[in-house]
Design a protein around this ligand. Structure first.
Ligand SMILES: NC(=O)c1ccc[n+]([C@@H]2O[C@H](COP(=O)([O-])OP(=O)(O)OC[C@H]3O[C@@H](n4cnc5c(N)ncnc54)[C@H](O)[C@@H]3O)[C@@H](O)[C@H]2O)c1
Length: 268
């Protein structure tokens, strides 16, 4: 017997399904830990992850700035210095599992090899590379236990991709991160682990602005930065966050061991 209510019920199901589909996030239920989340690319990524439904633990060495993320649904914050093995270990202990580890922390030293003292070399390699070694060592076993995990490392176009003036130790460290990324991806591919890195060009972040201010002639330094942008503008932290969301999501399930370049064509 055909009832007049049946089409209404079908329509109700259809619209409910469509509504649910629209409100589903691309990272629903994913547990994500990231470093350097107090400002710049890390902060924009933490916010973008949470918007897409992830449970985010946003860490940074700067507790004051990290507070700006307090109260955002889906984000918990924790002060962590990623160069300190005990702090990284304590962070990892907080979790039964994580789906995505995003290593963002990095420092830019200005100068060629001649301006790079041993202390600059050691400091940069420690913050940029050794920190990722510590974080991956701490979190990878939890991923392997579930045969599932996704690691994203922040590298740069200034690396093995492009020689850039006055970025000697920085580029060396970012090239090492590309090597680390490919090595982890190759070693653990068959155990359900993905590992990719992001290679931005010049991104408009507080530290970029600070680096410009720190130059003897900030106005000229800004002009120099702009002159190297073939696209005519700087990248935004939010644009990098879009790429972070893609790499963190299952949309990139077949992507591993890659350098995801976002540089507005700077390297060309
Ligand atoms: N901004 C750019 O133009 C650009 C381009 C390519 C790559 N990157 C890379 O992207 C990453 C983020 O850069 P950004 O410019 O968005 O950030 P930023 O430099 O503005 O912020 C870096 C954050 O890292 C935190 N941090 C520093 N040392 C830390 C430590 N030991 N432990 C934990 N946190 C620490 C700082 O407190 C800060 O909040 C870096 O790895 C950087 O090298 C940036």
């Amino acid at each position: 017997n055909f009832s007049v209510y049946e089409p209404c019920v079908v329509m109700l199901f259809f619209y409910t399904f469509r509504f649910l589909l629209k409100t589903m996030g691309r990272l629903d239920g994913k547990v994500i830990v990231l470093s350097a989340a107090a400002q710049g690319i890390g902060k924009a990524s933490a916010i973008a992850f949470a918007k897409e439904g992830a449970q985010v633990t946003a860490t940074d060495i700067n507790g004051e700035k990290l507070k700006e993320l307090d109260g955002i649904p889906g984000i918990k914050t924790k002060v962590v210095d990623v160069t300190k093995k005990d702090q990284v270990g304590a962070l990892a202990k907080d979790f039964d599992y994580v789906d995505v580890l995003f290593n963002v922390a990095g420092f830019v030293h200005h100068g060629s090899i001649l301006e790079c003292e041993e202390s600059d070399w050691d400091f940069t390699m420690n913050v940029n590379v050794r920190s990722m070694y510590l974080m991956i060592k701490a979190f990878l076993p939890k991923m392997l236990a579930r045969k599932s995990g996704n690691i994203i490392n922040m590298a740069s176009v200034a690396s093995s991709i492009k020689g850039v003036v006055n970025r000697c130790v920085y580029s060396t460290s970012k090239a090492a991160i590309i090597g680390l990324t490919k090595s982890v991806a190759a070693d653990f591919l068959e155990q359900g682990i993905r590992c990719n890195c992001i290679c931005p060009g010049t991104v408009d972040t507080p530290s970029l602005r600070q680096r410009i201010q720190d130059r003897p002639d900030p106005e000229q330094a800004f002009k120099d930065f702009m002159a190297r942008q073939k696209s005519g503008r700087l990248c935004t932290a939010e644009e990098v966050a879009h790429l972070s969301v893609y790499l963190a999501s299952d949309e990139s399930a077949y992507v591993t061991g890659t350098e995801a370049i976002i540089d507005g064509g700077w390297r060309l």
